[in-house]
Design a protein around this ligand. Structure first.
Ligand code: SF4
Length: 490
């Protein structure tokens, strides 16, 4: 067996591996094509890992731990994906205990795609946690998770040893989409990501830029390159936006159309493109590589061997593989900050800014009101709060208000994944992955940048929504230190 994934990274051996997509429906282990591919690859010492997807593209498949469980002998060479879309935080924690108990420590943490399927109609999504929250929980589990036992007394659970990684999407070409991606990446690394894998794309300069960004921020975290063996069909699927976050530019699609008319239907071009990417990753000092789109072990090894023949030319290839998607004209337009946003800021500064303006007075009033003398008044105030915020901000009465953190754009209502710590990777030209609205984080960036407040957002500790507050007064929870902002202020 080859060196483990962790060991190969630590020893600077440029680990190589591939992604295995778990299938949908009952599988007989003896006949499963995914399992056969994973076993054949892992039994070869040139392969350091396989990485098993978690309901990719939002489709219900066998859970990754089914495949991982069949690969128990190779556990240190298996990466299990864990996305936040199908489980709440209790479900995610429970999955993690299972992974740790079965010896699976390498976990790729993802926010996850929006659901695309389900029986008999499309499934709803959860997104109780985002990737930053999940990484923070894993860091706490590694240190010994503090919990309460059945008698309500504090207890620390035994430590575990997760080696968590995260993803980043470098292929955003307007400032208000790219800078928030970098900020989210920084939050993930600060929360405990030990390695990073960028999304799928074909712009080597952007791969280099995200790596350099983290280094400049003082984080020398290993980056795994993401190479992919395309087909014309997959390229078209990506271009249609059906594989959120992956990017095939117009210029790459034009090249693909040209090569696909050849006798080999472009196979040589696709393999060479992946091999050239790997040569550039090595040249740029990436810590390893991932090769997606593999169906047969022979293709994997062919690409690895081919990549070695390109190694001396990596700088030329770096210039050659820069397939960029031009941002839409709307994304390049100068942004104006609305009067409504200015009004929201003024109200916040006057009454909701901890310790300032009317805040201390209102805090005392809420304390008095909740002392029980006028029992009906808190609910009357809650009614006024909810209806006014609903008219102004489409408030959903979550009870743990995120408006001040997201420049007065409600993350519970206007973001399809309720993201409070920065964007997911799925936006496209500033539009939400669901494509029904602008991504709130591009709008929030424009607003915060206009008042030089983006850095403040970047430096904020991770925000964790408290689900116990749903349906209660967010104002009372703020003034009486029950919401997430109380934790931010120590
Ligand atoms: S609004 Fe932005 S962060 Fe939220 S789901 Fe859509 S693309 Fe992702």
């Amino acid at each position: 067996m080859s060196k483990t994934f962790q060991q190969a990274l630590q020893d600077g051996l440029f680990p190589v591996g591939t992604e295995i997509v778990a299938p949908r429906g009952v599988q007989c282990p003896a006949q499963s094509a995914s399992l056969k591919l994973a076993k054949e690859l892992l039994s070869d010492e040139r392969v350091n890992y396989v990485s098993i997807t978690d309901n990719p593209g939002g489709n219900p498949m066998l859970p990754p731990d089914w495949l991982a469980g069949q690969l128990a002998d190779y556990a240190p060479n298996v990466i299990v994906h864990l996305a936040c879309k199908d489980f709440n935080r209790a479900g995610l924690e429970s999955q993690l205990w299972r992974y740790a108990s079965e010896g699976f420590e390498n976990v790729l943490v993802l926010t996850g795609d929006l659901p695309a399927d389900g029986f008999p109609s499309q499934s709803g999504s959860v997104f109780d946690y985002d990737s930053v929250n999940l990484l923070s929980m894993m860091t706490a589990m590694n240190a010994g998770l503090p919990v309460k036992n059945r008698r309500g007394q504090p207890e620390t659970l035994p430590r575990v040893n997760f080696f968590a990684g995260c993803a980043v999407n470098p292929f955003k070409y307007s400032e208000n989409e790219f800078v928030p991606q970098l900020a989210k990446l920084l939050k993930k690394v600060k929360a405990g990501a030990k390695w990073v894998i960028p999304q799928l794309g074909y712009d080597m300069q952007r791969f280099k830029e995200v790596k350099l960004f983290l280094e400049q921020q003082g984080f020398n975290v290993p980056f795994i390159g993401n190479a992919f063996v395309l087909t014309k069909g997959i390229a078209k699927l990506i271009k249609s936006g059906k594989l959120a976050g992956c990017v095939v530019s117009d210029s790459l699609l034009a090249d693909i159309e040209k090569y696909a008319t050849g006798a080999d239907k472009g196979k040589v071009f696709f393999k060479e493109l992946a091999a050239k990417q790997i040569a550039v990753f090595r040249g740029l000092g990436f810590a390893g590589t991932h090769i997606g789109g593999i169906e047969k072990p022979e293709t994997f090894f062919e690409i690895i061997d081919l990549s070695k023949t390109f190694e001396n030319d990596w700088q030329t290839l770096y210039e050659e593989i820069q397939y960029r998607q031009q941002p839409a004209a709307s994304a390049r337009k100068k942004k104006h900050v609305s009067l409504f946003y200015r009004f929201s800021r003024l109200v916040h500064a006057a009454a909701f800014h901890r310790g300032h303006g009317l805040y201390p007075l209102i805090k005392r009033s809420y304390r008095f009101l909740e002392s029980g003398k006028y029992r009906f008044l808190p609910s009357v105030l809650h009614g006024i709060e909810y209806h006014s915020k609903n008219v102004l901000y489409n408030c959903t009465d979550c009870g743990d208000c995120g408006l001040p953190d997201t420049a007065y754009l409600c993350p519970m209502n206007r973001c399809s994944k309720n993201q409070r710590n920065g964007p997911c990777g799925g936006s496209n030209n500033g539009r939400c992955e669901a494509d029904d609205k602008p991504c709130i984080w591009t709008l929030a960036y424009d607003r915060l940048k206009c008042f030089n407040e983006w850095r403040e957002f970047e430096d904020k500790p991770p925000i964790v929504y408290n689900a116990a507050l749903k349906g209660t007064s967010a104002w009372a929870n703020l003034y009486l230190d029950r919401d997430h902002s109380a934790a931010d202020n120590g």
